[in-house]
Design a protein around this ligand. Structure first.
Ligand code: MTE
Length: 332
């Protein structure tokens, strides 16, 4: 594993200069840059970093139209937060999607190269009805719901996102889990031709994530196909991504091509990359710091002062029972 770089200002502090002074963490971006160089050296490969940061000529910002959202007009449902929604322009230009680069602005610049039609999703493993389904067919199976969720990134920033999609539980029930299904594993597209970041070994590709089956069946766990009433922009994970609002944002795997029910706990990308820093559970927890920075507060994108981070990102009432008896310090 790569040596940690010297502490310097992290990108999770955002671009505001008027931030209250906090301990500046070493950003994951800096960490990854050092890891990339390390990998490139060990493997004898060159140019990984350049590949990640190079912008293809002529690729404009994908889907970054600007209308601010403010408050959602429709009546709020039982799963919605009433907090002000993050402006669309920010939610679609300040992204993490390492398949398209390490900087927050890279996905909006580079994800135009992702083709989201035709697109199929393979659903298999411990299910009675394994199948490969076209994304438009999959979409037609479920009435689309709106969910306004908080999203807290492990880096210390947060947003409020108006997703459209369907509950993951509906999809899982449709394929009929067997008695051996304990976990759900998710896999993103692996196609370096479309995803320039995958030409570098900055992470193990494809990006994978996982949930326990009971977490996956929780009514808050959501598959997003849209944002703010429009199709999901590529940089936000088109055409299909996972949203688990009580967990750190890295659990929200983008551009999913495979969902596999398993009996054993699946390997997940960030836990493989840095197991002492990113756990399988990744429940938002202000009491358990990241080894290199505090998780007690967060910067809501668009706000100046930092706010307190809430246990389970404010969804404790709905989900804390899932973790009864589990030591959350060890199972971070
Ligand atoms: N999914 C894939 N395939 N690749 C990624 O790099 N980044 C994760 C998650 N899903 C990521 C991913 C991280 S770290 C975060 S915080 C969220 O996506 C960011 O989602 P957003 O860009 O829509 O805000």
């Amino acid at each position: 594993m790569a040596k940690l770089p010297v502490q310097r200002e992290g990108d999770e502090i955002g671009t505001d200069t008027a931030q209250p002074a906090i301990q500046p963490p070493t950003s994951r971006r800096e960490f990854l840059r050092s890891a990339t160089l390390f990998t490139a050296t060990v493997a004898g490969l060159g140019g990984g970093l350049e590949l990640l940061t190079r912008r293809p000529s002529g690729a404009g910002a994908a889907g970054s139209s600007a209308a601010p959202l403010g408050r959602v007009k429709r009546p709020l449902g039982p799963y919605d937060t009433s907090e002000a929604v993050t402006p669309y322009a920010q939610a679609t230009t300040y992204n993490n999607f390492y398949e398209f680069g390490l900087d927050k602005s890279d996905p909006a610049q580079n994800a135009g190269s992702l083709r989201t039609r035709p697109w199929t999703v393979r659903i298999d493993g411990e299910v009675r009805k394994p199948q490969t389904v076209d994304i438009d067919t999959l979409q037609s199976w479920f009435p689309l719901e709106n969910r306004v969720y908080r999203m807290r990134c492990v880096e210390g920033w947060s947003m409020v996102m108006p997703w459209m999609g369907f509950a993951l539980a509906a999809l899982i029930r449709r394929v009929e889990p067997t008695g051996k299904a304990n976990y759900v594993s998710f896999t993103s597209l692996h196609d370096p031709a479309q995803m320039p970041g995958q030409r570098s070994e900055v992470l193990q590709w494809p990006y994978t994530e996982g949930l326990r089956l009971d977490e996956a069946l929780h009514p808050l766990t959501f598959m997003a196909l849209g944002l703010d009433g429009r199709a999901l922009p590529n940089q936000n994970g088109a055409p299909l991504r996972l949203v688990v609002p009580w967990k750190y944002g890295f659990k929200g795997i983008k551009s999913i091509v495979q969902i596999t029910l398993t009996s054993e706990r699946p390997a997940t990308t960030w836990a493989l990359a840095a197991p002492s820093e990113y756990g399988f559970y990744a429940n938002v927890n202000p009491a358990v710091d990241h080894p290199r920075w505090s998780q007690a507060t967060e910067r809501r994108i668009g706000e100046f002062s930092r706010r307190q981070t809430l246990p389970f990102n404010g969804y404790a009432e709905q989900v804390a029972h899932l973790y009864k008896g589990l030591d959350l310090r060890r199972n971070f």
